[in-house]
Design a protein around this ligand. Structure first.
Ligand SMILES: C[S@@+](CC[C@H](N)C(=O)[O-])C[C@H]1O[C@@H](n2cnc3c(N)ncnc32)[C@H](O)[C@@H]1O
Length: 390
């Protein structure tokens, strides 16, 4: 493994390295350096890419920590803090200038319905948030990543710094950004995903080490964080760009999840670690990459379609889920029961004396002595339709 040493791009080194395809490419993305690490300054590299070509940007920019002097633990061992030259700026205004430059370049390459995530700490995230809003991005959420195993505050003079903040923003107000609500809910065991995420920092086998056994990068992010971001806000085949690639966490997770990535990293040593790491990743098979979709996004199936295609017979009797009421299917896809007629929802509501009713889960049909909800038939119609379009 490469020994850690800071080193920027050699004059004649190629800008694009590596060629790993996720297998998802379309006409718009063919001209992009997909699944490659660009070895350059991120502003220069983004300015060389076509406008409106990227679905999502995940950015973990320098924090501008401004550390003064070395930090030691109570046993006098040195704390491995972020004191690298790439994290140093002469003043807040120099940092703001840099932030505005890269955010401007990032916004140009985002598709109209694209979005951005920026992660940071109290040192920089407020400045980044201001710049995002000033440039016309539209903040959708801020997410607190609460570290389940944070580093203690060794001096005992402040609270343990146990979280980082992620800002999620669309390119502009009203953009139709991707949000896989159902997939996130499924990830969270059926409960709506909240904006506070408790995840461990990157340790153990996941943490890349150099030949001396030391951390290859001071701020390698955990894969779990990127997993949640990418499952929640991208689709398979999307293009995800990370302008501060570091050890390539974004690329590694994107490859696993069947997304395309573009990484940009200025330091040769990190790029090498990232490249090796990504080469070793195996992506999941296509079926495992499919995520739960919102019912609202599923094709609409009118009840009448079940009658038209003979899944239910005209005149067939449906039974309410609680077994108390019956209604007959009419040729036009309405129901008639007692003295009410109307849609499956209207008749269900009238029978129950309720203001509304979901007829799909209320009504059942009978086959071979079994009582089966009509929603099963709707699912069959949908899966047939999916087979035809795939
Ligand atoms: C906070 S780290 C990102 C770590 C990464 N998320 C990971 O999981 O490994 C920021 C990275 O951006 C790189 N960097 C800083 N300024 C840059 C610039 N102007 N262009 C490209 N890369 C830059 C640094 O070398 C560093 O690796």
């Amino acid at each position: 493994m490469t020994h850690f040493k800071s080193n920027t791009r050699a004059q004649n080194a190629p800008l694009y390295e590596a060629d790993m395809t996720t297998g998802f490419k379309n006409r718009e993305t063919r001209s992009l350096p997909l699944n490659k690490i660009i070895y350059n300054d991120c502003v220069e590299a983004m300015n060389a890419l076509p406008a409106g070509s990227v679905d999502l940007i995940f950015a973990d920019p320098p924090y501008n920590l401004q550390l003064k002097g070395e930090l030691h633990r109570p046993d006098n061992s040195r704390v491995d803090a972020v004191d690298n030259s790439w994290d140093q700026f002469s003043s807040f205004s120099a940092y703001d200038k840099f932030t505005n430059e890269w955010l401007k370049a990032a916004r140009r390459i985002l598709k109209t319905d694209g979005a951005i995530w920026v992660i940071g700490s109290y040192h920089n995230i407020f400045r980044v948030g201001t710049a995002l809003q000033n440039q016309g991005y539209w903040i959708l959420n801020d997410v607190v990543w609460r570290k389940s195993n944070p580093m203690p505050n060794f001096r005992g003079k402040r609270f343990t710094n146990a979280h980082e903040t992620l800002i999620w923003a669309s390119k502009s107000e009203g953009a139709k950004y991707t949000f896989n609500y159902e997939a996130l809910k499924a990830l969270n065991e059926g409960v709506q995903m909240r904006s506070d995420w408790v995840l461990p920092i990157c340790t153990g086998h996941e943490r890349l080490k150099d030949s001396k056994g030391e951390k290859a990068h001071p701020t390698q992010k955990p894969q779990s964080l990127l997993h949640r971001v990418l499952v929640g806000t991208t689709k398979p085949g999307d293009v995800i760009l990370d302008p501060f690639f570091g050890t390539g966490t974004t690329g590694a997770v994107a490859k696993m999840l069947g997304r395309n990535f573009i990484g940009i990293e200025r330091e040769a040593v990190y790029r090498e670690f990232a490249q090796k790491r990504i080469d070793e990743i195996r992506k999941f098979d296509r079926a495992s990459l499919e995520v739960s979709v919102s019912k609202r996004n599923e094709p609409r199936v009118p009840f009448g379609q079940l009658v038209e295609c003979g899944m239910l017979r005209v005149g067939e009797e449906l039974l309410s889920m609680n077994g108390r009421y019956k209604a007959k299917v009419r040729a036009d896809g309405t129901l008639i029961g007692r003295d009410v007629r109307g849609s499956i929802h209207q008749v269900g509501a009238a029978m129950e004396g309720a203001p509304s009713c979901n007829g799909w889960t209320y009504w059942c049909f009978q086959r071979k002595g079994k009582v089966i909800p009509i929603d099963i038939l709707r699912q069959q119609v949908r899966s047939e339709a999916n087979k035809k379009t795939n």
